[in-house]
Design a protein around this ligand. Sequence first.
Ligand code: HEC
Length: 248
Amino acid sequence: MKKLILAFTLSVAALLSATALAAGPSIPLDKANNDLSDKESLKKGFKTYLNYCLGCHQLQYQRYNRTFADLGIDDADGVENYMYTGDKVGDHITNNMSKKDAAKWFGTAPPDLTLEARLRSPDWIYTYLRSFYIDESRPFGVNNTVFKDVGMPHVLQGLQGVSTLEVSEVRGEDGKMHKVSTLSPAMGGSLTTEEYDVVIRDLTNFLEYVGEPNKLERKNIGYWVLVFLFFFFILTYFLKKEFWKDVH
Ligand code: HEC
């Protein structure tokens, strides 16, 4: 019995340390503050995804027509303006990039993004896409503060511009000097910082939606359940009054 308890404790400890390792050093993430009920934001995010991400990243568990229906895009409009790949509206959102070639070009094949927001978190995606900086030692000339030595080029550089990483030393509360690295404001992009943040918030919103399309419905159902409970409560109240009327 003792052995069993020991083995159990050890495996729990191993599991805990493995998760701690996998998570890596924690970097403070910026809040995405995205709003899944904002259909306009979801549509803009979908467009940005199609224009800038689909070339490399698929959404192989998501269909075009499901997306159209959830975002309030009618099928004709969808086919005209939102379908760059696939023949039928029932097709999955995929591309034709071969995994082998991609691995050769980037070191790692670009992963499918359907479940990315659930794997990482919307805040992580929001921060990641705003954290590229110049690093000449990397194959594409950029690195990323939340994903060290990432194999992805900064595909939104035209919009954001580029930042540099500035490392400075500041005295912490413990009196010791600590290295702090901050990103300089991005230069040379076509958007201002605020505009770029909105583009990324919409894109993050879309990727969170794709990770769990039923979330939209679930929220709506929750609302109706509350309305129902409210009316049911009033009914019950009057029923109670009716029953107790003759008792006193
Ligand atoms: C030119 C190809 C290319 C394009 C275009 C591209 N990516 Fe990537 N992306 C990659 C590669 C390659 C990786 C894998 C990097 C690695 O593991 O080092 C990656 C990784 C990622 C990751 C991290 C995946 C993880 O491991 O958790 C996210 C999130 C991501 N990309 C989002 C996007 C978004 C959003 C866009 C569109 C704005 C986009 N990417 C456009 C190539 C691309």
